[in-house]
Design a protein around this ligand. Structure first.
Ligand SMILES: Cc1cc2nc3c(=O)[nH]c(=O)nc-3n(C[C@H](O)[C@H](O)[C@H](O)COP(=O)(O)OP(=O)(O)OC[C@H]3O[C@@H](n4cnc5c(N)ncnc54)[C@H](O)[C@@H]3O)c2cc1C
Length: 542
């Protein structure tokens, strides 16, 4: 098991290291993947995250590890093949938090089983020996057995195929811990406030420890901007004095998920609707003891760290689900609702060395040497990190090292030989893999703050999160170490104070009242209720 992680010791390293090889700004899937890849190649690496790991888009995914079957319909075979490769790699390297899942596509028109079946057989063929299970055509009776709550009238049959699912925020924290185990200094609640520029070149990052207000500068040979939808704010820090602002690189699009009771999707399979009334894909996925429904896709002009789902979006998801489910969830059945911003990349304007990689993501090396990466998806974070490293080598920012493959067989911290449970079950010890024994040894292993089936969130899990997983706030604990805010926001709100009490014990200082109030207000937002006028922490004010 990896050793506990001491924030004070990490801060000392950040302060005392005269020069890093690489500093990464942003602790979502993309930045954490880059930090891990670089550390595994033996570079000295620091990563700073303004809020918490996966606080941005990376905790708000549909939780699918997927090849992107819809890209196949667009003829983008190489993109699908690569994502299928990454799907298998992730499932092998983190079997406690990324696992196979069967999806059933219901067919209401006679030609649909054959039509979708052919495409999905091709999907299997592209996965080759890394496939997770064979696609099968289902009769109407078998489709109903697979999805017992499916609407019967006119059901012609269905198709069952395999992809994967994961716990996104816990994977992010696991990547952070693995990067630390590989020698990286990875810090949350530490925003980048500016870039150190010398002779027109980026030579480091000015950061601020949000807990103490202390500011210091990290000198570095290469700086990677992996701030998701916020990349333009960091690119703006790279502007020559007096130069006009560049047009934004990212156009955000909002996706909303709605969480309802598991009983709305009985059985072990997920439901996929390939074409909703607005032409998108809709999923109903069994996840951590609940059913997750989503998602929508709507352009947004602003970039809030906590985007709010509109009633219209919630209504859309429920309406589309109701078209397929006999017992359909109503508005009052919604236990949590959350929104995430997808970074859609506009054509690049930077006249420096630029290149659009032939995948969904984009890597740009600006004239100043600032490397910006955005777009892509969680599933391909590892391949994206390899691309970023390749660009750093090509641009001469770092000496080429470690070959092309530092992480494909690197098992993540805690990875067991075999998963001890599924991601459809309520959260429990099985999500800790090899760390479960250490978890059990902590005080409060039998004291459940929240109980669901054989799992939930125990006092020992809370203590583990603070000591080993860098949790610093009530929100870190209830939103991203346990996923209670995303599963049942009312229960998360009710737990804010008991959690703050135990967190205070672990940190050796009381949790400020305004932090508790801010979390309770946030939980009301996830319940879809109006918030109390409490202060929400934001990227800009940090
Ligand atoms: C609705 C939705 C559903 C999705 N579903 C899936 C799915 O099922 N499967 C899949 O593979 N992909 C999915 N994706 C895509 C996937 O979630 C994203 O591609 C991925 O999370 C992006 O990660 P990121 O690290 O680039 O961005 P983020 O996760 O947003 O990380 C950027 C980080 O930078 C930090 N930051 C910003 N400014 C600063 C600063 N100044 N200093 C320090 N840190 C800063 C932010 O706090 C944030 O944590 C989905 C996306 C959306 C929107």
């Amino acid at each position: 098991m990896a050793a506990p992680i001491d924030r004070a010791a990490l801060l000392d390293r950040l302060r005392d290291t005269p020069q890093w090889d690489l500093v990464v700004i942003g602790g979502g899937a993309t930045g954490l993947g880059v930090a891990l890849d670089a550390a595994a190649r033996g570079f000295t690496v620091a990563l700073v995250e303004a809020e918490d790991f996966a606080k941005g888009t990376s905790s708000r995914a549909t939780k699918l590890v997927h090849g992107g079957v819809r890209y196949l319909a667009q003829g983008n075979v190489s993109l699908v093949r690569e994502a299928l490769h990454e799907r298998a790699t992730l499932l092998a390297n983190a079997p406690h938090i990324a696992q196979p899942l069967a999806f059933v596509l219901p067919a209401y028109r006679w030609w649909e089983p054959a039509f979708y079946g052919i495409g999905l057989k091709l999907y299997d063929a592209l996965a080759g020996r890394r496939g997770l299970g064979a696609t099968e055509l289902l009769s109407a009776a078998k489709a109903t057995a697979a999805l017992p709550n499916l609407k019967q009238p006119r059901l012609a049959g269905g198709v069952r195929y395999w992809d994967g699912q994961f716990d996104d925020a816990r994977l992010a924290v696991t990547l952070a811990r693995t990067a630390v185990a590989q020698g990286a200094a990875v810090l949350n609640h530490c925003p980048a406030k500016g870039l150190l520029r010398e002779e027109g070149q980026v030579r480091g990052v000015h950061v601020r420890d949000a807990e103490t207000g202390e500011r210091f500068t990290l000198r570095s040979r290469a700086v990677v901007n992996a701030t998701g939808v916020w990349v333009d704010a960091v690119r703006d820090m790279d502007r020559e004095p007096g130069a006009p602002a560049r047009p934004p690189m990212v156009a955000p699009s909002q996706g909303v998920h709605v969480v309802v009771d598991r009983s709305f999707l009985p059985g072990e399979n997920a439901l996929i609707v390939p074409k909703t009334s607005d032409g998108r894909v809709l999923f109903a996925v069994p996840w951590l003891g609940k059913t997750l429904l989503g998602t929508t896709d709507a352009p947004r002009a602003d970039l809030p760290i906590e985007p709010r789902a509109t009633e219209e979006e919630i209504g859309f998801v429920l309406k589309e689900a109701a078209a397929y489910l006999t017992r359909a969830p109503q508005r009052e059945d919604v236990q949590s609702v959350w929104a995430g911003l997808r970074p859609l990349v506009k054509p690049d304007d930077d006249a420096g060395s630029t290149k659009k990689i032939s995948r969904e993501h984009t890597v740009i090396v600006g004239r100043s040497g600032l490397v910006t990466v955005t777009g892509g998806k969680w599933t391909t974070y590892r391949a994206m990190a390899e691309d970023v490293m390749r660009r750093c080598f090509e641009a001469g920012l770092l000496p080429e090292r470690g070959g092309g493959d530092a992480t494909s067989s690197l098992r993540l911290v805690g990875a067991p030989a075999h998963a001890g449970g599924t991601l459809a079950q309520p959260p429990g010890e099985h999500l800790y893999g090899e760390d479960a024994a250490a978890l059990r040894a902590l005080p409060g292993a039998g004291h459940w703050l929240w109980r669901d089936g054989n799992g939930g969130f125990s006092e020992a899990m809370l203590r583990f999160a603070v000591r080993h997983e860098m949790a610093r706030t009530v929100e870190d604990l209830l939103a991203r170490r346990s996923r209670l805010l995303f599963l049942d926001a009312a229960r998360a709100e009710a737990l804010a104070r008991p959690v703050a009490e135990l967190l205070g014990q672990e940190l050796g200082r009381p949790v400020p009242e305004n932090e508790i109030l801010a979390f309770e207000s946030l939980a009301r937002r996830y319940r879809g209720l109006p918030e109390a006028p409490a202060v929400q922490p934001s990227l800009r004010s940090a």
